[in-house]
Design a binder for this molecule. Structure first.
Ligand code: PHE
Ligand code: ZN
Length: 886
């Protein structure tokens, strides 16, 4: 293989040619598909002629005409990646290209491919070039029409973007449709679907009174499972009108669910394509987590209509412009429809468990990366989740109405354009006449800032001082960093636990009066801008307990000098519920790290009784939200703890986490039993916050109890399993039982499979549960499951469940004998031949190999080297493996 080429943001150049209109024609067939494309081309600068370079991958060129005349061999060049017209005219012309492609052989699930007999496309980021030759880049925006013809009985439903303008029958049992999309768009938003599908139909009347037809398409038998997706879509449409004043802009909105899909879902203009697992749900087959994910992702893709489609990205380095913003929007949507605190806790946990480690490893990259080999590798938690935190910080700094003004100006300036992160920044700045000095560093500097705070109270002066110092760690290619603008939301608690009113702050030689009309201020946002900075609160009558970084106001690691007693106090009293949870987590993280040290020194483990009391008081506090309780009594994940160690020790962390879980279960057994009983319900399943919160608390209690592996508790879990009437409770009971190896576990797992073998989404849960298990030597079970009749390496969801699930279990993936690493190394090579995007996601599990001890390092490195030496390695896997070894 030639060494793959790296592409740099600094090399961006505007396209030399613009495309005005594109008329596509698909003749779908069983052994080949013919694609004709007619493009109205315009030199960007009239009168200047230069080569026109079109992208193309795995497409066979049948014919190319310019203004109706077939081009001769010397007028273009063709290689495996580009079709170059050497000297096209210097004024407007028409290009007609006919190509042949083979969707039935396309296992990469990018471009046009087949999925359970139907045709479907995936064009983001660079899949359109697998359909036809094109300037496949987001700053080339054109109006499309799409003609599709296919066998009528095999493919009765033919869909594309925009409005259906014509349809009819053709000879030989074929039929055709013509779609026209009135909005110009980049090629990555093009979509086509053809197949045997049925739809759930509904409608939505927009704020200006337009009636929009809504259709969710699936195989006929799944239509009953689309009710929740439809509910979510309508809620999203309404929410975007109410919160952002954004109305849908066509008369039709289609969603198609497909079982083979690399990602979660795709926002193609008016034809969203979804991974089935994010559409299909019924109380019997989907869990509360699935219902919540569907709500969030249906919202996310719908919200892209404005943030992504109407205003799109100039180039792929700007991906966070649409993704960070749209994740922020879907998070807000889910918060407004459920519990804000619980949603925030879930999002911050995700950031800590996945993004912080990425930001501290060999794949660390800024929210706007500077370079890439394969763009597919940059659909990351950094671009998405850290990007959403960056958008959230604008809102924190500007307030709700300032943020909304910025959004309005952004659309006013850029509707119909392909723009950059600076354009978004400028809209926020200009709409608020704000001074943001170094805020843009959030887009260009990788690494999680680390902030230390020390506190001091002066009883004579009645002042309270917070001293900050910040450090942004070095990351690959960025050895030295500048200080960032970090918004730190702060409140101060008095000795009764109430928020103190804040009146004056002194910082950098300025005394600032805090005002909120006539209302007292209880939370203020400090702007930490320098490497070292001090804020002094005056008129503070007693030593306060500070509540720092309320609501997690910036994506940083915060380290303060608060004592355990302060943290217990915050856990009990903070008016900021997020920080209440956080105080418990800080305590738990400290406790776990100390016990890990004890474990490593072969000391016997003892659990601090204060911690047990703290958990007890949360568990038994009936004034708290039940889902909040469930989150607050859940220990930080193993990954989070390993991330805080100099040398990650999966065995020690696992042993300690298991020890604490069992101790809590033992010492709070009565409380957990009571909680479990009080939270049973015989009501039918409802997806609303109170019901989900009840189930969450019940299930968490059951998991604790079953961890004790006592016969009567296993019996209890078994009864929960048998009596459950929804998947949330049934699966939680199964998982509770599956903690303990033995006959009961084997029987229940077998029973569950028998029950659900015809439902592939449920079977994936069954794969994942076994794959993630921490039972010793689990690699052998997972190896066996690879040849289970329900498993298939070609289906991404199955791979993510079984292989991804296994890599998510630290003890077994990092088994000291290297068996986990070898397993993954072998699978990655097999997968890479089928689907490079999926293979590359899996190989990422190796990327932090340097975090472990020498034995593990040697074993993991050997696998990475073995992968690097393989023949015909994809660019996707090459990029991750080579950067991991660098
Ligand atoms: N753009 C999609 C989203 O986040 C994700 C995606 C990327 C899907 C690439 C498919 C391929 O909404
Ligand atoms: Zn998105």
């Amino acid at each position: 293989m030639d060494t793959p080429k790296e592409i740099f943001l600094k090399d961006y150049k505007m396209p030399d040619y613009l495309f005005d209109t594109v008329d596509l024609r698909f003749q779908l067939g069983e052994d080949k598909t013919i694609v004709s494309s007619k493009i109205a081309v315009l030199p960007r600068v009239e009168g200047i002629s230069c080569p026109l370079v079109l992208h193309g991958r795995d497409v066979k060129l049948l014919s190319i005409k310019l203004d109706g005349k077939e081009l001769k061999g010397e007028e273009y060049k063709l290689d495996s990646r580009y079709l170059t017209l050497t000297s096209p005219p210097s004024s407007a012309f028409t290009l007609e290209i006919i190509t042949e492609i083979y969707p039935q052989n396309n296992t990469s699930l990018e471009g046009l491919y087949k999925t359970s007999g139907n045709f479907c496309t995936q064009c983001e980021a660079e899949g359109f070039r697998k359909i036809t030759f094109y300037q496949d880049r987001p700053d080339v925006m054109a109006k499309y029409t799409c003609w599709i013809e296919a066998d009528k009985s095999l493919y009765p439903v033919l869909l594309s973007n925009g409005n259906l303008v014509e349809q009819g029958d053709l000879e030989n049992g074929k039929h055709y449709v013509l779609w026209e999309d009135p909005f110009k768009k980049p090629s990555y938003l093009f979509a086509l679907v053809a197949g045997q599908l049925e739809s759930r139909e509904d409608s939505f009347v927009t704020c200006s009174g337009r009636k929009v037809a809504l259709r969710i398409w699936t195989p006929a038998q799944d239509v009953p499972k689309t009710a929740h997706a439809m509910y979510s879509l309508k809620a999203a449409m309404k929410w975007d009108e109410e919160v952002f004043g954004l109305e849908y802009d066509l008369d039709l909105f289609n969603i198609v669910a497909v079982p083979d899909f690399n990602m979660g879902a795709m926002e193609n203009k008016s034809l969203n394509i979804f991974n089935s697992k994010l559409v299909l749900a019924s109380p019997e087959t989907a869990s509360d987590g699935d219902y919540a994910a569907i709500l969030g992702v249906i919202g996310h893709e719908y919200f892209h209509n404005w943030t992504g489609n109407r205003v799109t990205c100039r180039d792929w380095f700007q991906l966070s412009l649409k993704e960070g913003l749209t994740v922020f929007r879907d998070q807000e949507f889910s918060s407004d429809l459920g519990s804000r605190t619980v949603k925030r806790i879930a999002d911050v946990s995700r950031l800590r468990n996945y993004q912080f480690p990425q930001d501290a490893g060999p794949m660390a990259h800024p929210v706007r990366p500077h370079s890439y080999i394969k763009m597919d590798n940059f659909y990351t938690v950094t671009v998405y989740e850290k990007g959403a935190e960056v958008v959230r910080m604008y809102k924190t700094l500007l307030g709700s109405s300032g943020f909304r003004k910025g959004m309005d100006l952004y659309f006013q300036r850029h509707d119909g354009q392909a723009v950059t992160c600076e354009d978004f920044y400028a809209a926020m700045r200009d709409a608020n006449s704000a001074d943001f000095s170094n805020f843009l560093l959030w887009y260009s500097q990788a690494g999680t800032p680390s902030v230390k705070v020390t506190t001091s109270y002066d009883p004579n002066a009645q002042t309270f001082t917070l001293k900050f110092s910040q450090e942004v760690p070095p990351t690959p290619g960025q050895p030295v960093k500048e200080p960032m603008l970090i918004p730190v939301a702060v409140g101060l608690l008095d000795s009764t636990g109430k928020d103190m009113p804040l009146s004056f702050i002194y910082n950098n030689g300025n005394l600032q009066a805090l005002k909120n009309g006539n209302q007292p201020v209880f939370t203020t946002v400090l702007q930490v801008k320098k490497k070292e900075e001090e804020f002094v609160f005056s008129d503070i009558p007693e030593r306060p307990i500070p509540s720092l970084l309320r609501g997690f106001s910036a994506p940083i690691r915060l380290d303060s000098d608060l004592m355990d007693s302060d943290l217990f106090f915050l856990l009990a009293h903070d008016s900021d519920e997020f920080n209440r949870w956080e105080a418990g987590q800080v305590l738990a993280r400290k406790l776990m790290l100390n016990l890990v040290a004890d474990y490593q020194q072969n000391k016997s483990l003892v659990l601090n009784p204060n911690f047990v009391d703290g958990i007890r008081s949360i568990l038994c506090n009936s004034s708290l939200d039940k889902e909040f309780i469930s989150k607050a009594i859940t220990l930080p994940g193993e990954g989070e703890i390993m991330d805080m160690m100099a040398v990650a020790d999966p065995d020690a962390v696992h042993a300690v986490r298991t020890f604490i879980k069992k101790q809590l279960a033992l010492q709070l057994k009565e409380e957990f039993l009571a909680t479990l009983k009080n939270n049973r319900s015989s009501e039918p399943y409802v997806f609303d916050h109170p019901s989900m919160a009840r189930r969450a608390l019940k299930n968490t209690s059951l998991a604790y109890l079953a961890s004790l592996n006592e016969p009567e508790l296993t019996e209890l879990a078994l009864n929960e399993y048998k009596s459950a009437t929804n998947m949330t409770e049934q699966f939680a009971a199964l998982a509770a039982i599956a903690q303990n190896p033995g006959q009961v576990r084997d029987d229940v797992l077998a029973d569950f499979y028998n029950k659900w073998q015809d439902d592939f989404l449920v079977v994936n849960k069954w794969f994942a549960l076994q794959a993630m298990s921490d039972i010793p030597g689990n690699v052998a079970n997972v190896q066996k499951l690879l040849s289970h009749p329900a498993f298939d390496l070609r289906n991404p969801n199955k791979v993510y469940s079984l292989i991804g699930g296994f890599c998510g279990s630290p003890v077994n993936f990092h088994a000291k004998d290297g068996s986990g690493y070898k397993f993954l190394g072998d699978v990655v090579l097999q997968l890479d031949k089928i689907n490079p995007q999926v293979a590359s996601r899996m190989v990422s599990a190796f990327s932090r190999w340097r975090r472990y001890d020498e034995t593990r390092q040697t074993l993991a490195k050997a696998q990475l080297e073995m992968i690097m030496s393989a023949n015909g390695l994809s660019e996707n896997v090459y990029e991750i493996a080579s950067k991991s070894l660098a």
